[in-house]
Design a protein around this ligand. Structure first.
Ligand SMILES: Nc1ncnc2c1ncn2[C@@H]1O[C@H](COP(=O)(O)OP(=O)(O)OP(=O)(O)O)[C@@H](O)[C@H]1O
Length: 307
């Protein structure tokens, strides 16, 4: 079975990944051993944080079964278009000029469930990734599906050789500790350097007094990172303010505010900038080219889409 993302009935052949990503200086991936720990929040925050620091950023929402990046960026109602000449997918432009690609843009509605079986997902993901025209970017952040199974493996392998680091997202519980060790192992087995661990929901920020309460215990993420020999990048509190901004697609406004949680998130970004400063230092040229575009269709929407 194979899947082709098609344009007006015309299937386009995926290019080589090396070709697709040749204009991207730093490629990071976020992983988590399990769902719901805040991986998409971290991916989106990192992308926005890099953009706030003046870098040209792209974000690939590879979480096919639960794409949430567009909602957090307030671009859920966007659609993907394809350059008629090159057959490449043109990313949506989000806040701060971030280039965004997500399977959500190709779904008919917010509530549509992606129920593709693994082989279909794997093929679609590979094709999807290889057909995007990222142009030149300082940083591409990839949100992997949760876990260490088939779907994250497919994307990570598709990008293998090109990824500069993984950011492992965890929460401070004992179950999560074992799962994060699996995620670190996953990254290492794929030869992706572990850039570090981010502990989301490290504590609760009380909206009444602004105090932090370590309801699951303190420093769990730091201890996991230290015992695994990887850097600890920082902790992000459960913050009802953050939650409100996320729900209304205004994460960029939250990060630009004076909120302490926003500052904690940007500290993670600054650590990554320091870690990868050599890669980020080479200048890139902005490219501008005229193009003719058509709407992207999901596999099966056009004749020749599924075979
Ligand atoms: N630190 C936080 N403060 C407040 N809300 C948060 C925080 N972290 C995550 N959330 C909320 O929790 C929910 C899950 O977060 P997110 O989608 O980032 O998780 P995920 O790990 O990507 O999930 P999955 O991989 O299963 O799709 C979201 O609704 C998000 O708004």
């Amino acid at each position: 079975m194979s899947v082709k993302i098609s344009v007006k009935g015309q299937a386009t052949a995926p290019g080589s990944l090396a070709e697709v990503l040749k204009g991207v200086k730093l490629k990071l991936v976020t992983i988590s051993g399990k769902g719901g720990v805040g991986k998409s929040l971290v991916t989106t925050s990192l992308a926005l944080g890099f953009a706030m620091r003046g870098y040209k950023v792209g974000i690939l929402d590879g979480d096919v079964y639960g794409p949430t990046v567009p909602k957090m960026l307030g671009v859920s109602n966007s659609m993907l278009y394809v350059d008629e000449k090159s057959g490449k997918i043109i990313p949506v432009t989000g806040p701060l000029g971030i280039k965004v690609v997500s399977i959500e843009f190709a779904l008919p509605s917010d509530d549509t469930a992606v129920i593709w079986r693994a082989p279909l997902v794997n093929q679609a993901l590979r094709d999807f990734i290889a057909q995007v025209d990222w142009g030149s970017l300082d940083v591409l952040v990839v949100d992997l599906p949760p876990g260490t199974g088939d779907a994250p493996l497919t994307i990570a392998q598709s990008l293998q050789g090109g990824l500069d680091g993984s950011v492992v997202v965890t929460i401070p519980t004992d179950i999560s500790r074992r799962i994060v060790l699996k995620a670190i192992d996953f990254s290492r087995k794929l030869n992706i350097k572990v850039a570090g661990v981010v502990e989301n929901m490290c504590c609760f920020k009380c909206p009444d007094n602004g105090k932090l309460y370590y309801i699951f215990g303190k420093d769990a993420g730091r201890k996991i990172a230290e015992s695994s020999g990887v850097p600890f990048l920082g902790g992000i509190p459960i913050d009802p303010d953050l939650s409100q901004y996320l729900d209304s697609g205004r994460l960029h406004e939250f990060l630009a505010s004076e909120n302490e949680t926003a500052k904690a998130i940007l500290e993670v970004v600054d650590k990554l900038i320091e870690m990868y400063k050599d890669k980020l230092q080479q200048p890139i040229e902005a490219e501008k080219k005229p193009r003719r575009i058509s709407l992207l269709k999901l596999p099966g929407e056009e004749e020749g889409g599924n075979s």
